[in-house]
Ligand binder design. Structure first.
Ligand code: B12
Length: 469
């Protein structure tokens, strides 16, 4: 075809208390722009339904449609893909993101003939090949041999299914930044990652991808090959400046899988931010690890504008931490949290309740531990095994353990022995209330709700966490 194909990228809608620009789709759009005309629909922000998507697809009439799917959005994804196939019988329809990456053949089977293929892992390269080298109408034109050459490809292909390993990019400096014009942060509601912010609009940014730890509850190593890769610090600083000057961004969030995994990189990013005169407040709302968070790094982060850090503390029980393969000793936690708090940073603790074999005593230990630390906030989530995480692999071998398991995050996903759904939920409520009914913590929480809209989104989030059954 002589003209550039029109590619429509869709973030599949599912309930989320966070509504933030979908970086993955932004990177894909930037990667293929020289060979395709790209449109982007953030279904979470727009509250997209399959019916609405059907009409939009009809009127835009793209040649290719790519869906980004997390496991929580699996069922809406199947419906959206069906709706688009009905609207556009000839379009190439593909999917990617965490869920199709972890379960490619199952997802292809569930979507039936509507989905042409899945690109597993980081799809910049694969999508570029598809846009550049193949005519956009009709996948029939692509031979199985050619399909097999595309990184991360998974397709049914008659009786010779193709299923390549997830693509992992070595060089993450290209494209230099996501296509921010297709997802301007100013269009997003005040519901960013982590709920709390000081200024708005807020934009997420990456300085690295991947994580080399092997925590039992996390699927990141399975999705990204377990290897951490870094962006050039200078590029990070330039992206933040662009966000500020072109898109009016007032605050940034570093959402790496593990920003502090490599101290030299984290220090270099802080230096680049200062040298470029970025001058934006920023936070780390994803859990970071504590090993490298010493005085030097904490001061550098603070000096570069960081005011809040979230820590993946997970549990106050050594037995549970061990089971999680977290590689974290409770002895050093207090000292590190003190260091952060003394430096004047907000410190948020992430805890998980309901891990396999966890008891009520372990949960009490977690609450007591959380209360003993000088935390600004704490979050107690219920363990949900995600496709690709080590605990999912282990539980899958036992049909009884998998019974009733859900990954929607709108209800209890997994119930360990000795609990029912409602008793587990009660433990979670007890933990939240136990923590926030401490005067010091209640005061801090109220002080950080800075606008009416922030109160609304916080209440929505609290209802979701405390109320869902
Ligand atoms: C930041 C983050 C968030 C942020 C997103 C903010 C933002 N601005 O992007 C927020 C807080 C919103 C979030 C929410 C949730 N998250 Co989250 N999140 C992440 C995190 C840490 C990084 C995501 C990211 O930006 N990666 C960098 C970009 C470049 O990569 P990417 O998005 O994966 O996109 C690449 C590929 O996946 C692929 N790709 C993506 N989409 C598509 C589409 C097509 C067509 C193709 C071909 C390829 C493709 O190509 C992209 C470019 O390389 C990941 C961990 C991780 N490393 O994946 C977890 C992760 C994705 N989240 C996870 C979960 C569970 C959730 C929630 C369900 C949690 C909850 N309790 O509600 C919600 C789901 C919300 C929703 N409806 O989507 C899981 C998903 C696992 C799974 N099997 O589904 C992950 C993997 C974490 C984990 N511990 O396992 N999350």
């Amino acid at each position: 075809m002589s003209q550039k194909p029109h590619l429509l990228l869709v973030k599949v809608p599912s309930y989320s208390d966070v509504i933030a620009p979908p970086l993955g789709l932004g990177y894909l759009a930037a990667a293929v722009r020289d060979s395709a005309r790209v449109s982007l629909l953030d279904g979470v922000r727009l509250g997209l339904t399959p019916k609405k998507l059907y009409s939009i697809a009809k009127s835009l009439n793209p040649d290719m449609v790519g869906f980004s799917v997390v496991s929580a959005a699996k069922s809406p994804a199947v419906q959206c893909i069906g709706a688009v196939r009905k609207a556009l019988p000839k379009a190439v329809i593909l999917a990617g993101g965490p869920h199709p990456t972890a379960m490619p053949m199952e997802f292809l089977a569930e979507t039936g003939p509507h989905l042409d293929f899945v690109l597993r892992g980081e799809a910049e390269e694969g999508l570029r090949i598809l846009c550049r080298e193949f005519p956009a109408q009709g996948v029939q034109d692509i031979s199985p041999d050619d399909l097999n050459k595309i990184p991360g490809m998974a397709a049914i292909c008659g009786d010779a299914p193709i299923c390549r390993p997830p693509a992992v990019r070595e060089d993450i400096n290209h494209p230099t930044m996501p296509a921010w014009d297709l997802m301007p942060p100013g269009q997003y509601p005040k519901a960013p990652h982590g709920a709390f912010f000081r200024r708005f609009p807020v934009a997420p940014a990456l300085t690295s991808r991947g994580c080399s730890y092997g925590c039992g509850f996390c699927s990141v190593p399975a999705l990204t090959g377990g290897k951490i890769r870094f962006r050039a610090p200078q590029l990070v600083a330039e992206e933040l400046l662009t966000l500020k000057t072109r898109f009016g961004v007032q605050e940034a969030q570093i959402i790496d899988d593990n920003f502090t995994a490599n101290k030299a990189h984290a220090l270099a990013v802080c230096r680049a931010i200062i040298n470029a005169g970025v001058n934006l407040p920023w936070t780390c709302p994803n859990g970071v690890r504590m090993e490298n968070l010493d005085k030097e790094l904490i001061q550098a982060m603070k000096g570069a504008g960081c005011y809040s850090v979230s820590l993946g503390l997970e549990s106050g029980s050594a037995m549970v931490l061990n089971r999680m393969k977290k590689g974290l000793s409770l002895d050093h936690v207090g000292e590190r949290v003190e260091l952060l708090a003394k430096a004047g940073l907000e410190v948020n603790g992430f805890f998980i309740l309901g891990y396999p074999e966890e008891t009520r005593q372990d949960m009490k230990a977690t609450l007591d531990f959380a209360k003993s630390l000088p935390l600004t906030r704490a979050n107690f989530s219920l363990f949900t095994p995600l496709p690709g995480c080590p605990e999912w692999e282990r539980l899958s071998a036992d049909p009884a353990a998998m019974e009733g398991l859900t990954t929607t995050f709108s209800q209890v996903g997994y119930v360990p022995q000795g609990f029912s759904r409602s008793s587990l939920k009660r433990q979670q409520r007890k933990a939240f209330l136990g923590f926030y009914l401490q005067r010091r913590n209640a005061k801090r929480l109220l002080a950080s709700l800075r606008s009416r809209e922030a109160v609304y989104y916080f209440a929505r989030r609290a209802w979701h966490w405390m109320g869902a059954s």
